[in-house]
Design a protein around this ligand. Structure first.
Ligand SMILES: Nc1ncnc2c1ncn2[C@@H]1O[C@H](COP(=O)(O)OP(=O)(O)OP(=O)(O)O)[C@@H](O)[C@H]1O
Ligand SMILES: CC(C)(CO)[C@@H](O)C(=O)NCCC(=O)O
Length: 226
């Protein structure tokens, strides 16, 4: 492992960082218009991107692209975040019964990517993420405003408008997972900005779920070190 190498993933909404601190990594997130965080040297910053690039001098030779990731049947047009999440899931998940892996990345979008235990990509699904759904309802209606607090109601049917939106959106995300995830055949691993919020709700119904918010960043480190 090379000690002063740090990592950046440019997402669609935010920047995701892994800072190397004495061979351990600190993971944190910044907004796209923030300054480069202290202690991050752009010269040896390894980076990947699925979103609009921020105004930083990132070195082309330090970029990781989908084409660089060693997975079978990986289409070149797949986002590098999906490829890295799959790479890391293969590495960290104990899978003695050779189930398929389902990687669900709860970010600006929810991307689901399914792969075999041998690391061959099967395919996936893409749907609007938690905040994207809330904000699009605000954008395309007259009466709805995206809530500022994200307490998901326990009850199924709500009177309050914001509660109704929160329940509808969380149910829509859980519904996509529940329709695609068969615990007898698959192992589900969830990551991304909303993985703890939605993952904890999913876990109440199906226990065998792995919540790993920084899976994609860990995949970058794994890729770089091999
Ligand atoms: N401090 C925060 N700022 C913004 N979003 C946050 C924050 N904490 C959690 N989130 C959640 O993160 C989600 C966005 O996820 P994330 O930041 O992983 O997306 P992204 O990596 O930029 O997008 P994508 O992976 O789809 O390119 C939002 O739906 C939001 O609810
Ligand atoms: C699906 C997203 C937006 C998820 O971040 C990203 O992986 C991406 O831009 N992908 C390109 C298209 C694809 O993966 O099929």
């Amino acid at each position: 492992m090379i000690d002063d190498i740090n990592f950046l993933l440019v997402g669609n909404s935010r920047l995701h960082w892994a800072e190397n601190l004495q061979s351990k990594y600190k993971f944190f997130h910044t907004q796209k218009n923030n300054n480069v965080p202290q202690n991050i040297n752009l010269n040896n910053l390894i980076w990947a991107s699925v979103g609009k690039l921020p105004d930083l001098s990132l070195k082309q030779e330090n970029r990781i692209s989908t084409q660089d990731i060693k997975l079978k049947n990986l289409p070149n047009h797949f986002g590098v975040d999906r490829a890295l999440g799959c790479l890391e899931a293969l590495k960290i998940i104990e899978n003695p019964s050779r189930k398929d892996l389902l990687v669900a990345d709860f970010g600006t979008t929810l991307s689901i990517t399914k792969l075999t235990a041998k690391g061959s990509i099967i395919g996936g699904q893409i749907t609007p993420g938690f905040l994207t759904q809330l904000r699009s309802m605000e954008k395309y209606t007259d009466n709805l405003k995206a809530p500022k607090k994200y307490d998901i109601p326990v009850q199924d049917f709500l009177i309050n408008t914001e509660d109704s939106m929160l329940k509808g959106v969380s149910n829509s995300l859980m519904g996509v997972i529940n329709l695609s995830f068969n615990p007898a055949k698959d192992i589900l691993i969830v990551c991304g900005g909303d993985s703890e919020l939605i993952g904890s709700l999913l876990k109440q119904k199906k226990e065998e779920i792995i919540i790993s918010p920084n899976l994609v960043m860990q995949g970058m480190i794994t890729h770089f070190n091999h």
